[in-house]
Design a protein around this ligand. Structure first.
Ligand code: ADP
Ligand code: MG
Length: 231
């Protein structure tokens, strides 16, 4: 039996799934997530490094920190257990992190490089769950280049969602960058917003879903950050 992360969050009176729980929920729907371990501190770095393949990423886990990078709570490209331990050690000492309740540190493998996009969901009072896709980084924050559909979507809808992004050409690979696998994105959109997708199956519980970023390479897509807000 997989862990019911939604029930567990509710029992702990949390209104959101943490990053590990969010990713396990995604994985249960077939969305690729990095292999990971949760540790308490630098003393656990060696054990985690033994079961994962470098390079590693370390991230702070705290219900009080929404934007981990802003707090200094994400360090990428760590090559071995020693670098990992040192990273957790220095992260833990940062004022923004020392001041809040920390659940632990999430150690992950790095996703293969690719184009960062955003996939999400919101629940509309009238239409129920909507699925969203957008281009990553400043394109989503400033240009708001996103497209939405009412769930459930079919393959053709997912393809249209991508085609109607203003920056769709970025996915073809510009300025010598490799293209992003369009079919990998379509698959993720269907797993989230399709007929038996995550959003519809958990419509009563999930108010908002956010995968930011989904890193899309030529051959696949990995959700490297995720968060689900419960109703
Ligand atoms: P934040 O809470 O700041 O959004 P993220 O988990 O999204 O934190 O990490 C910040 C950035 O670090 C991501 O946008 C991505 O570029 C990079 N990153 C995080 N995790 C990974 C990973 N496992 N593999 C590759 N890059 C990663
Ligand atoms: Mg993020």
């Amino acid at each position: 039996m997989p862990i019911d992360w939604i029930a567990r969050a509710r029992a702990e009176q949390r209104n959101a799934l943490d990053e590990r729980a969010s990713k396990e929920l995604l994985a249960a729907y077939g969305v690729m997530v990095p292999r990971s371990q949760v540790v308490r501190g630098p003393e656990d770095a060696a054990a985690a490094a033994r079961v994962l393949t470098p390079p590693f990423v370390v991230k702070v886990m705290s219900p009080d920190i929404l934007h981990k990078s802003d707090a200094g709570g994400v360090i990428v490209n760590l090559q071995d257990a020693q670098e990992l331990a040192a990273a957790i050690h220095s992260m833990r000492a940062l004022p923004a992190i020392a001041a809040v309740a920390v659940d632990g540190y999430l150690i992950e493998e790095m996703a293969p490089p690719g184009i960062e996009i955003v996939v999400g969901g919101v629940r509309d009072a009238n239409f129920g769950p909507l699925v969203m896709v957008g281009l990553g980084g400043i394109l989503v924050e400033v240009l708001k280049d996103v497209s939405f559909r009412i769930c459930p979507i079919a393959k053709i809808d997912a393809e249209e969602m991508l085609a109607e992004l203003k920056g769709a050409a970025i996915l073809q690979g510009v300025r010598g960058r490799k293209p992003a696998s369009q079919s990998a994105i379509v698959e993720v959109l269907l797993k989230i917003g399709g007929e038996n997708g995550l959003l519809l199956e958990h419509a009563a519980d999930i108010k908002e879903a956010d995968i930011n970023p989904l890193i899309v390479s030529e051959s696949g897509a990995v959700a490297v950050d995720a968060r689900f807000i419960l109703s």
